[in-house]
Design a binder for this molecule. Sequence first.
Ligand code: SF4
Ligand code: FES
Length: 260
Amino acid sequence: MKLHLQIWRQADARSTGRFVTYEADDVSPDESFLEMLDGVNEKLILKGEEPIAFDHDCREGICGTCGVVINGRPHGPRPATTTCQLHMRSFQDGQTIVIEPWRARAFPVVRDLVVDRGAFDRIISAGGFVSVSTGSAPDANALPVAKEDAELAMDAAACIGCGACVAVCPNASAMLFTAAKITHLGLLPQGQPERERRALGMVARMDEEGFGHCTNHGECEFACPKEIGVGTIARLNRDFLRAALMRGRRPGQGSEGGAG
Ligand code: SF4
Ligand code: FES
């Protein structure tokens, strides 16, 4: 395959970026998208030019680092597929492919296609965990969990923190990501003691990081490579509303940022 690539190049967050055109020859339809970029970089390095910076780690669809916008769609044209799991057979010979980084104020460009997704880590730090005493493993079935709850919690736990939901949202909202974490923990018995603080803390942090508000566009659900549904956002809203009301009834309760 021969492909015409238009790739965003940007030295850092303060520099002005621009699209640069590259030609990729001899691309195998069986290569992954990242292997195709590796090939472009090998040629750039041989020519003494700066390679294109892009993020990746597992290349198995589980770490969430590899997202780029491909022809206007986060992670490219295939549903439920991360950039690293996308293969070049999803494109046509001779096609032009436009590749750009996630665009969101809360995800500043580090270089070229790499953005800083540290804002997600800080949302997790604000409540996306359970505090447990460690020790010997508890007996199996010591904490019974209804099958339906276990299934829904596992579905939500599939979120890999890639940021595609933010990239696709016209408001650059992080609601789907935050809702996935709140749903995952809120459905399990271990998540109950910190449930109120979790909802208040994570939503407050999401706002502080500069993500936009959810206005129910629903694009996030379709861009998500792990098929996290917008039903999780309804759970987040319920938890947040209940926590805000409870806090109103109990003035003097700890601040939302102090979860954990
Ligand atoms: S909800 Fe989906 S799109 Fe958003 S960060 Fe998690 S896996 Fe990525
Ligand atoms: S490199 Fe890990 S999900 Fe793509």
